[in-house]
Design a binder for this molecule. Structure first.
Ligand code: ZN
Length: 504
């Protein structure tokens, strides 16, 4: 077997190669979403295919296996960082090596096909066309879970791909809390609450003003530092290539400037996480966020806990007025605040407000769990979806396009992904409660001074990248294990005040 010195040297080479391949592939994907010409897909697809093959060899090849084995034999001599690097590589290696190659190739083909079938089915409102693919994907994923995590329940195994350490037991408790607290409040808001007048929003918001607003928001968040750039895409996202090269995107709708406003703040939260990863993790597999849930906790922290707060409105509203002097002439800051916090149960998850968003996730979680447990037949999925939307949100689903077919996740095989969105919101609420013990968050936000808030988060979360597990990061930032009560308390307090409901 290789000695430790040789293994460490080879391991560093592997890390640097993977960094280079990932950088190249990431830039190509980002380019394809932003500025690449329309007919460029084919050649890029071939190039990406070759590079993916190299990455597969790198993460699952025989030499890698030897290096990892040698490092594992010297586990006690590794530094904390090296041990974490080994853990992450091992996870990838096991995933790639334990699933038989031919089965994996079949699965990749299935997903490729299911993507295009889903797109067509959604446009044509044809669930029956997509149903066999869901059936096949769930069947394959259950089988794969048996390969790479035989000791776990298959759904838990897939949950852990996105949120290490999470399981159905914790999620059941979390969603039960939401069901008991939030569902009844949705009804009360609609029957007892007064809805804000949002007619002022229905005018044209010129592009130049929206671009100026985006730039000023990035200034406010400390993102115009020469290491982060803003692009435009259909759906906003964040890409990180290194801690010195992070890209965020937005989408400008002329009929609603608030979409881009909150996209920039949300993606900006993701970007701050990446930009503040410790330099020592650069070019290692530990650069970047620890889990989907932790990443969403940072973006939603800025978008909702900060971005939709009364204090932030007092800073942002004058900027909005400066960017759109005519459109905002007769509108007050109070109206702006109420408008961006209005609760409107709706059909589409991606358009949902802060208050009802998690209920959309709850529907998906419960259905996924039932599908994996064999308690729900795929053919009965639309009926079950519609019934839950009625129960939790009080909305009637008119067709499957706006119902069970709306998201791309299942077609991509991302079962177990949805809960991380809701967990992100809930983690953030617990973090801010703990943060308030150290710094005067409201005062800082009202002063437009977000840096101490970002520093607080960086010190406890950002700098560690993937070195620490989500549970350890939560412990760092919350001072305790995850408890969803902070989130429901936050929602209850904020929205009772906005809608002037008495809390029983
Ligand atoms: Zn996000």
């Amino acid at each position: 077997m290789m000695d430790l010195q040789t293994a460490l040297q080879k391991f560093t080479e592997l890390e640097h190669k993977l960094f280079a391949y990932s950088y190249a592939m990431g830039i190509m994907s980002y380019d394809s979403e932003t500025v690449a010409p329309e007919l460029s897909a084919e050649g890029r697809g071939e190039a990406l295919g070759m590079l993916s093959e190299q990455v597969y060899q790198l993460t699952a090849g025989a030499e890698t296996g030897e290096v990892l084995e040698a490092l594992a034999a010297h586990q006690s001599e590794l530094t904390v960082q090296q041990a974490a690097q080994l853990r992450e590589w091992k996870k990838e290696y096991d995933m790639n090596c334990k699933i038989p190659a031919e089965e994996y190739i079949e699965y990749a083909k299935l997903l490729n096909k299911s993507g295009s079938v889903w797109r067509k089915a959604k446009v044509e409102n044809d669930f029956a066309a997509f149903a066999p693919y869901i059936e096949q994907i769930v069947k394959t994923q259950k089988k794969f879970a048996g390969y790479f995590a035989p000791e776990k329940n298959p759904y838990d195994a897939w949950l852990n791909q996105y949120e290490p350490g999470m399981d159905r037991k914790q999620l059941d408790l979390f969603f039960e809390n939401l069901r008991n607290k939030i569902v009844p409040m949705v009804q009360r808001i609609q029957t007892e609450g007064t809805q804000p007048d949002i007619s002022w929003l229905h005018q044209e918001w010129p592009l130049a003003g929206q671009q100026q607003l985006a730039k000023e928001l990035m200034d406010l968040m400390g993102l115009n530092n020469g290491r982060c750039a803003l692009g435009e895409t259909e759906h906003p996202f964040t890409s990180n290539f290194s801690r010195d090269d992070v890209r965020i995107t937005t989408h400008y709708y002329l009929e609603d400037f608030t979409f881009s406003l909150f996209s920039v703040v949300h993606e900006g939260g993701h970007a701050l996480y990446e930009l503040n990863t410790a330099p020592r993790l650069q070019r290692t597999c530990l650069a970047g966020g620890a889990s989907m849930g932790i990443h969403e906790s940072q973006s939603r922290f800025y978008e909702n806990l900060i971005g939709r707060s009364r204090e932030f409105c007092s800073v942002v509203w004058p900027i909005v007025c400066k960017c759109f002097p005519e459109q905002t002439a007769n509108v007050t800051e109070e109206t702006f605040w109420r408008t961006i916090n209005r609760v409107e149960p709706s059909l589409i998850r991606t358009e949902a407000d802060e208050f009802t968003y998690c209920l959309h996730v709850m529907v998906r979680y419960e259905l996924e769990k039932q599908l994996f447990a064999g308690e729900l037949a795929v053919k009965d999925l639309p009926k079950a979806w519609n019934a839950m939307m009625k129960d939790y949100l009080g909305v009637t689903v008119p067709d499957d396009s706006r119902g069970v077919l709306q998201d791309t996740h299942w077609a991509m095989g991302s079962f177990g992904y949805f809960p991380s969105y809701a967990l992100g919101s809930a983690y953030g609420a617990q973090m801010i409660a703990n943060m308030r013990k150290d710094i005067d968050v409201d005062k800082l936000v009202a002063d437009g001074n977000l840096q101490p808030i970002t520093d607080w988060l960086s010190e406890r979360i950002h700098q560690f990248g993937k070195e620490l597990l989500p549970s350890q990061l939560l412990e760092n930032a919350c001072g305790a294990a995850f408890d969803s009560k902070y989130y429901t308390d936050y929602l209850e307090k904020k929205y009772s005040e906005i809608y002037q409901l008495s809390i029983s």
